[in-house]
Every structure is written in structure tokens, then in C-alpha cells.
Design a protein around this ligand. Sequence first.
Ligand SMILES: [Zn+2]
Length: 156
Amino acid sequence: MKKRCLNPNLVKINRNYTFEEVASVFCVHKNTVARWVRNGLNCLQDQKPYLVLGSELKSFLQRKRESKKQKCKPNELYCLRCKAPTIPAENFVEYQLISSTKGRLVGFCSRCECIVNKFVSFSSLQGYEEVFEVSKPKGLEDINDSNNPLLNSDFR
Ligand SMILES: [Zn+2]
């Protein structure tokens, strides 16, 4: 998915925007803008096209950004379905290797049971092992001291 930067500073607070204009500023679909309006973005609806006040848009995006910043505590993963940090079920996560230095922790949301995951570097894995029950792929158990597990000839 394309990374979107919904930077509130791109909004000029002294002008009004049609949905199309908002969409083009932020490279999102017009329907996304309509959804923002349903989710609390104020706009002028007494005539068409509807107009979004720049100042409203800016504060809406700022609020959106703030709520996105809900930080996970070290013992939490972010659940996309609950849209909130969650503790993985039974505090159990599986470490999946992506490269020799990167991986992710995968568990199940203790609220809705959908998959939650978090990208972590191999070097920070040890820290997570103190808060989670971490299951690691075979071959990774004994080589925490190695910076390059994939180069380990025993790795297979
Ligand atoms: Zn959930």
C-alpha cells in the first residue's frame, strides 16, 4: 500500500476545498474525503459541491494524527481491527524472520482474536522476550549473540 502522508500542514486554513481538491492535495480518493466527513470532518453542505473549510480540515487531520499516535506499550501490539493497542492472547507471539536483521512478532489480539503483528529488529528481540512468550523459528534459539544469524552455518 502506498504510504500516505496526511500532513495537516499541507492545508491552507484560509481557503475552502471541494472534496476533489482535498483528494488531490493528499493523494487520496474522493470517497476517502467523504468518509472523513462521515467521521466528523465538518463541511459546508448547504450547496454543491460541498466545501471543506481549510481550518476544519487541518484540525481534523491533526486529531486524526494524534489518535494514530496511540503508542503501544512494550507488552502490546497494535490491532488494526480494534484500532488500539492490545496484549496478545496468552502473551504469546511468534517471531518470524524477514531478513537476517529484521523480523516480526505475530500474535492474536486478546480482544478480537485477529492477527496482530509488529516489526522488530533482531537486536531488539531479546527485550521482547522479557515481556512476551516468544516462539522463534528453529535454529534461532541459541544464537542470540550472533549479529548475523542467517550466516550461521548451522542455520537451517
Ligand atoms: Zn483486536
